[in-house]
Design a protein around this ligand. Structure first.
Ligand SMILES: Cc1cc2nc3c(=O)[nH]c(=O)nc-3n(C[C@H](O)[C@H](O)[C@H](O)COP(=O)(O)OP(=O)(O)OC[C@H]3O[C@@H](n4cnc5c(N)ncnc54)[C@H](O)[C@@H]3O)c2cc1C
Ligand code: SF4
Length: 334
């Protein structure tokens, strides 16, 4: 499938990139590794007249440790996350999430910023134009119907990025910039909850990096993903957990985040009462699984039925929690 015509700009500094995003506001898109965007352009789901490539903006690449926090540039390839000892020593959930993205050739091209900012997906949307022309355009494609939920009045597309649930569990913050202004946004707030436009960024804004506080010594984290083919596929459901234990072995804090359940990663609220002040053996996982199941509305718009994905969600969530509570788990070297 041919790409539509576009004008390629290749700035070498952040300032230049931000100026271009402002100049072509609304008709330009950022191009990072292109592994999400280029297929969408081939399908004519995105037809930007200008691509602002960030490939030559070298200062956006790299992982550094400063003042108790780790900073990851938006253009850092996922392969670099996987091979970084800063990441494997401190953030097992992020390491496991990066490792689980697609397949090794994708990890070499795909970037942290591109992974976070990828569009949400749906079986009725991520198809060629010829396929889509067989039925009326759905909400996400500019029409007024949803094929996944025929009486639905909104888009149920699924945000399928692997890194974001792990980053939300780790309480990471994104650096977001536009010309003349920068802001810090928690990764959780970077998501709109709207399947039509899942990423809450202005058209002229770029994510320039992600900052994560170094974890407490007694903290651990984990990411689990269910997918059809472990060698390449997007998550059908996923879960990230970050847990802290006290000196007595009892759980002090826990954060549990679900992925591929809707248009944004979902923080499971009120999990503290299941865990805090307890040992792992005392946790009532059946009660937790009920809460998780109740909150999730999963429809038939990925390769496996929504009902099956929903049933697996609590299994994957429990696995993530148990792994995060196993001391040293996931911190093994590559
Ligand atoms: C076969 C296949 C399997 C895949 N499997 C997975 C998977 O298992 N898990 C998964 O998470 N993904 C998967 N992907 C999707 C994709 O490869 C990854 O999400 C990848 O990390 C995207 O990064 P990228 O740098 O290529 O982004 P791009 O494609 O360059 O960009 C993605 C989107 O983000 C925007 N963007 C990029 N950088 C920035 C920035 N700095 N600021 C603001 N906006 C920005 C772009 O405009 C675009 O809209 C798969 C893709 C393929 C082709
Ligand atoms: S969930 Fe419905 S509106 Fe959204 S992309 Fe799928 S078919 Fe379209």
């Amino acid at each position: 499938m041919r790409l539509p015509h576009f004008d390629l700009r290749q700035p070498s500094t952040v300032e230049e990139a931000l100026s271009l995003m402002e100049e072509f506001r609304g008709s330009a898109l950022a191009l990072a590794g292109g592994t999400d965007l280029i297929p969408l352009m081939r399908y004519r789901l995105e037809v930007p007249s200008t691509l602002v490539s960030l490939q030559k903006v070298d200062c956006l690449k790299g992982i550094s440790l400063q003042d108790g926090r780790v900073f990851i540039g938006a253009m850092t390839p996922l392969a670099d996350l996987v091979s970084s000892s800063i990441i494997s020593d401190n953030f097992p959930a992020l390491l496991q999430a990066a490792r689980a993205v697609g397949a090794p050739p994708i990890l070499n091209l795909a970037t942290v910023g591109g992974n976070i900012c990828q569009n949400s997906r749906c079986l009725y949307y991520n198809q060629s134009r010829t396929w889509r022309l067989e039925r009326p355009a759905c909400f996400k494609a500019g029409g007024n119907v949803c094929h996944a939920v025929p009486k639905g009045n909104k888009c149920f597309s699924v945000y399928s990025g692997d890194l974001a649930p792990a980053l939300v569990a780790l309480d990471a913050v994104a650096a977001v910039e536009k010309r003349g202004r920068s802001r810090s946004v928690s990764i959780e707030e970077l998501f709109s909850g709207n399947g039509l436009h899942p990423i809450a960024l202005g058209k002229e804004e770029l994510v320039t990096g992600v900052a994560i506080l170094l974890p407490e010594k007694s903290s651990n984290s984990s990411y689990m993903k269910m997918r059809a083919r472990p060698s390449i596929d997007y998550p059908l459901v996923s879960a990230a957990a970050c847990a802290t234990r006290g000196g007595n072995g009892k759980i002090e804090k826990i954060r549990l985040v679900l992925g591929a359940v809707g248009p944004s990663p979902v923080v499971v609220g009120d999990v503290g009462r299941f865990f805090e002040g307890k040992t792992l053996d005392e946790v009532d996982f059946d009660a937790l699984s009920e809460i998780i199941g109740k909150g999730a509305r999963m429809v038939d718009n990925l390769t496996f039925p929504g009902s099956y994905r929903k049933a697996m969600l609590s299994v994957i969530a429990e696995k993530a929690v148990r792994a995060a509570l196993r001391p040293g788990a996931g911190k093994e070297k590559q």
